[in-house]
Design a protein around this ligand. Structure first.
Ligand code: AMP
Ligand code: ZN
Length: 431
C-alpha cells in the first residue's frame, strides 16, 4: 500500500492523541486571540491552551454554531491581523449573513495538503487528468479541490460547474481520468450524453469524486455502473476549509477523517452529549491547525457515525459513515419524522428509475401528503399502462414500508425534472 504521508496516515492511536493534545493547546491559544473565543473561554476559566491538560478537557468548551459565526461576522473570529490573510471563503445560507472563513497562506497550504492526501488515497497520481466540475468562487468545493489536486501534481482542468456539452467535450478532448462533481450533476451529465452525441467510448474516466450533498450508496453504485468507474465519497464543509476533511480510500468503506487536523466527536441530537463510536449522531469538529479562523467544537449538523474497526488500507484515522442527512433536513409529515435519504434509497434501488427525483410536501385538508416525482427510463413508457401502475404501486409500497407514510408516486420522462448547478435541491416543502 502506498501513502502520501505514511508516518501521519498510519500513526498509532497513542501517538495521534499526543499530537492532537499538543495541537489542541496551540489552537486554543490562537482562538484566545479572537474577541469571540476570548470572552467564551475566559468565561469558563481557560486563559491559556495549557489549561487543557488532557484531550477530554476539550469537552469543557461549549459548542460553536453557525449562528455564532454569523454573530461574529465579519471579523469577530479572525485570530490574525488582516495583513496576514490571503483569502476568504463564505457560504450564505438562508438568513443572508454569510459565514466567513479566512485563510493565511499557511492555511491554504495545509488544506491543499489534506486534499492531496485524500486524492492520493483513492489511487490518483501525478499522471491523472483531473476535471474539476465544482463551482469556483466563494464556495470551497471548486478552489480547494483545485489546489490540492495541483499539489498532488495532477493535470487540473478548472472546468467549474454547468454547460454540460462543454464538460463532455473537455472530458473527451483532454482524456480526463478523474472527475469531481456533485452526484446529482454526474447523473445529469450521463443522461445528456447520448443527446449531445457522446458515448462512453469517448471517455477515459477512471474515477469520480462525489460530494457536497448527501447521497445514498445506491446513487454511488448507479454512477459507478453507468460510467463504468469507481466513485469515492468526499466530505467537507466551508467552516473546516472545504473538501479534504474526510475521504474514502480505495476500499470505499467509509471516509477516513484526517484526525491529525481534526478532532471528531459524535453527539446525541437531543441531549447534545458526546456518544460512543458506532452510534449515530451529529458530527462535531475541532480544527487543530488553522491560523486565521480556529473553530472549536463546531456543530456541523451532519448526521453520521464513526465506523469502528480497522480499515484494510492500513490508515489508522477513524472513518465516518456516509452522511445520512443534516439535522435540519428532517421532515415531519403528519407527525412522522422522515429523512429524505430514506426515500432516496428506495427510489435509487429501483432498476427502472433513471437519474433524478423530487420530493414535494403539500397540505391536503387537515392532513399533509408527500409526493415523489421520479424519472424513469424510456422503456417503462413503452410498456403496457398496467405495468406502469404496477411499478408505481411497487415503489409506493417500498417507500411506505420504510417511512410509514403512503406517498403519491408520479412517474416522469428522463431529463424532465430540473437539475441545479450546485448542490441538488430535491425537497420542496409547499405546506
Ligand atoms: P458547504 O459549506 O457549502 O461546502 O457545505 C457543506 C455541507 O455540505 C456539509 O455540512 C454537508 O451537509 C454537505 N456535504 C458535503 N460533502 C458531503 C458528502 N460527501 N455527503 C453528504 N453531504 C455532504
Ligand atoms: Zn482505508
Amino acid at each position: 500500500m502506498e501513502f502520501y504521508n505514511k508516518e501521519l496516515e498510519t500513526i498509532s492511536r497513542k501517538d495521534l492523541e499526543i499530537l492532537q493534545l499538543k495541537k489542541l493547546q496551540n489552537i486554543v491559544n490562537s482562538a484566545l486571540k479572537t474577541p469571540f473565543y476570548k470572552e467564551r473561554l475566559n468565561g469558563i476559566g481557560i486563559k491559556n491552551g495549557l489549561d487543557l491538560t488532557k484531550l477530554s478537557d476539550l469537552q469543557k468548551i461549549p459548542y460553536t454554531t453557525k449562528d455564532d459565526l454569523r454573530e461574529a461576522f465579519p471579523y469577530g473570529l479572525l485570530s490574525v491581523s488582516k495583513d496576514e490573510v490571503v483569502r476568504l471563503h463564505a457560504s450564505s445560507g438562508t438568513t443572508g449573513v454569510p459565514t466567513t472563513i479566512y485563510f493565511t497562506q499557511k492555511d491554504i497550504d495545509r488544506a491543499s495538503e489534506l486534499v492531496a492526501r485524500s486524492c492520493f488515497c483513492t489511487g490518483s497520481r501525478k499522471s491523472d487528468v483531473f476535471q474539476n466540475v465544482m463551482t469556483y468562487g466563494l464556495f470551497t468545493g471548486g478552489l480547494m479541490l483545485h489546489y490540492g489536486a495541483e499539489k498532488l501534481g495532477m493535470l487540473v482542468i478548472p472546468a467549474s460547474s454547468g454547460n454540460t456539452s462543454r464538460q463532455l467535450k473537455l472530458l473527451k478532448d483532454y482524456e480526463s481520468t478523474v472527475i469531481h462533481a456533485t452526484p446529482s450533476y454526474l447523473l445529469h451529465l450521463y443522461s445528456k450524453m447520448d443527446e449531445l452525441g457522446y458515448s462512453l467510448k469517448d471517455l477515459k474516466l477512471k474515477k469520480a469524486y462525489i460530494g457536497a450533498e448527501p447521497h445514498s450508496e445506491d446513487i454511488r453504485k448507479k454512477i459507478e455502473k453507468l460510467f463504468n468507474i469507481d466513485a469515492y465519497n468526499s466530505y467537507g464543509l466551508s467552516e473546516m476549509s472545504g473538501p479534504g476533511v474526510a475521504f474514502e480510500c480505495e476500499y470505499k468503506n467509509g471516509m477516513h477523517l484526517w484526525e491529525d487536523y481534526y478532532i471528531a466527536e459524535i453527539i446525541d441530537r437531543d441531549t447534545l452529549q458526546p456518544i460512543e463510536d458506532g452510534k449515530d449522531g451529529e458530527l462535531v469538529l475541532t480544527n487543530l491547525e488553522r491560523e486565521a479562523t480556529p473553530l472549536l467544537r463546531y456543530r456541523t449538523k451532519d448526521l453520521t457515525r464513526i465506523i469502528t474497526g480497522k480499515c484494510e488500507c492500513g490508515r489508522t484515522h477513524r472513518r465516518i459513515e456516509r452522511i445520512k442527512g443534516r439535522t435540519d433536513d428532517m421532515l415531519i409529515i403528519n407527525g412522522v419524522n422522515i429523512f429524505p435519504s430514506q426515500i432516496e434509497e428506495i427510489v435509487m434501488k429501483t432498476p427502472e428509475v433513471h437519474t433524478n427525483y423530487q420530493i414535494i410536501l403539500r397540505k391536503a385538508g387537515e392532513l399533509e401528503k408527500i409526493i415523489v416525482k421520479i424519472e424513469v427510463t424510456n422503456d417503462v413508457f413503452s410498456d403496457d399502462t398496467r405495468d406502469l401502475e404496477k411499478l408505481k404501486a411497487k415503489i409506493q409500497n417500498n417507500i411506505q414500508s420504510v417511512i410509514f407514510v403512503k406517498p403519491v408516486i408520479e412517474l416522469h420522462e428522463p431529463g424532465s425534472l430540473p437539475v441545479q448547478q450546485g448542490k441538488a435541491i430535491r425537497v420542496f416543502d409547499e405546506r
